[in-house]
Design a protein around this ligand. Structure first.
Ligand SMILES: Cc1cc2nc3c(=O)[nH]c(=O)nc-3n(C[C@H](O)[C@H](O)[C@H](O)COP(=O)(O)O)c2cc1C
Length: 338
């Protein structure tokens, strides 16, 4: 799948003038709030007169954690969707060509400003870009209501994803067991623990990585399940169970680079829609990072023909939960490609 487009054919802006200077730059700046595996922010951007190019930054690839590079592409896809939402918030319609250069597969997308109105869904999500954070604490008991789940499924579908809520208690138990199994297997994967240490112990002013105040405080043990982050400082005490809330399996019909990029766009759409609905949310990628657990997820837990790309957890925050702080991001000048 090369050169895939979304909202119809590209139309030049009617007055043929490039968009106001600074508009594209501001939209890219807002897109930097996208979630990424270990907050690696594996992207580079180039801004033209009327378009923005998104490139993967392979220097930020995590071979021990993400041997197939799926998380990296999903992270970039989330940033691509964030960019479209940022431009929609500025009243700008876009035309996206994915994988525009067959000779450079790391050139993931070109987003061009076109005439017309931006999609209403993208406009509605704009305010959520700064409100969405990965919340690793325990959520309130009980599943998310059916109407909200439908909205999340629709948000994924609009981006080419297939979202399966895992509601059946037996399947949910099997999924939780798989997450634990993947976490155990990863302990022995070459490079995995070193990457976890590196990205949870960043040097002062690093502008990336998972900070200690984004990880729950845990009494008696230094393990926050299922990703074995070092215990953090985020309260309340012992608030790190993933038992409550609803688990969602984000899948795609294909399993190539284009599909994983689309999975990232769908991830962003689902997380921003959940934030819009007032829900807490967090990605969980371990079950898809390990090949055997990913297979079992597909056949034994979900039993669907689509390919699992990411697990998402959504749920209500218990009353009195303190708000989360934004995690660091690299400034624009660090992520621009010359
Ligand atoms: C592809 C992908 C995989 C991720 N996997 C996990 C995970 O397994 N466990 C977890 O706690 N967070 C996971 N995250 C969340 C990131 O750690 C988080 O997005 C990043 O630290 C930035 O923080 P923020 O989401 O609060 O902005 C993942 C995010 C992405 C995009």
């Amino acid at each position: 799948m090369t050169g895939t487009t979304n909202e119809g054919p590209a139309r030049a802006r009617p007055d043929s003038r490039p968009p106001a200077a600074g508009l594209l730059q501001e939209a890219v700046r807002q897109a930097l709030a996208a979630p990424s595996v270990h907050n690696t922010q594996p992207w580079r951007w180039r801004i033209g007169d009327d378009h923005v190019d998104l490139h993967a930054d392979r220097d930020r690839f995590l071979p021990g954690t993400d041997p197939e590079g799926r998380d990296l592409l999903i992270s970039c896809g989330a940033a691509l969707h964030h960019l479209r939402v940022a431009l929609a918030g500025a009243g700008v319609a876009t035309h996206v060509v994915r994988l525009p250069d067959p000779e450079d597969r790391d050139h993931l997308a070109t987003v061009r400003v076109v005439s017309g109105e931006p999609g209403p869904m993208d406009v509605a999500l704009h305010n959520q870009l700064v409100r969405r954070h990965s919340d690793r604490r325990a959520y309130a008991d009980g599943p998310v209501d059916a109407g909200t789940l439908d909205a999340l499924v629709g948000a994924a579908a609009a981006e080419g994803g297939v979202l399966w809520p895992v509601l059946d208690p037996g399947r949910r138990e099997r999924l939780l067991a798989l997450l634990g199994d993947a976490a155990t297997r990863q302990q022995d994967a070459p490079g995995y623990l070193a990457e976890l240490m590196t990205w949870t112990h960043r040097y002062h002013n690093a502008h990336d990585g998972v900070p200690i105040d984004a990880v729950p405080r845990v009494s008696g043990t230094a393990v926050a399940l299922p990703r074995r982050f070092p215990a953090g400082t985020l309260g309340p005490e012992d608030g790190c169970s993933i038992g409550a809330g609803t688990l969602l399996a984000l899948c795609t019909r294909d399993d190539d680079t284009a599909a994983r990029l689309r999975a990232g766009e769908a991830t962003s759409a689902v997380l921003l829609t959940a934030t819009h609905a007032g829900l807490a949310s967090a990605p969980l990628s371990q079950a898809v990072e390990v090949a055997t657990t990913r297979d079992r997820l597909r056949w034994e837990v979900l039993g669907v023909p689509e390919h699992p790309q990411l697990i998402l957890r959504v749920g209500e925050r218990p009353p009195g939960f303190p708000p989360l702080l934004p995690t660091p991001r690299r400034p624009l000048r660090f992520v621009m490609q010359s």
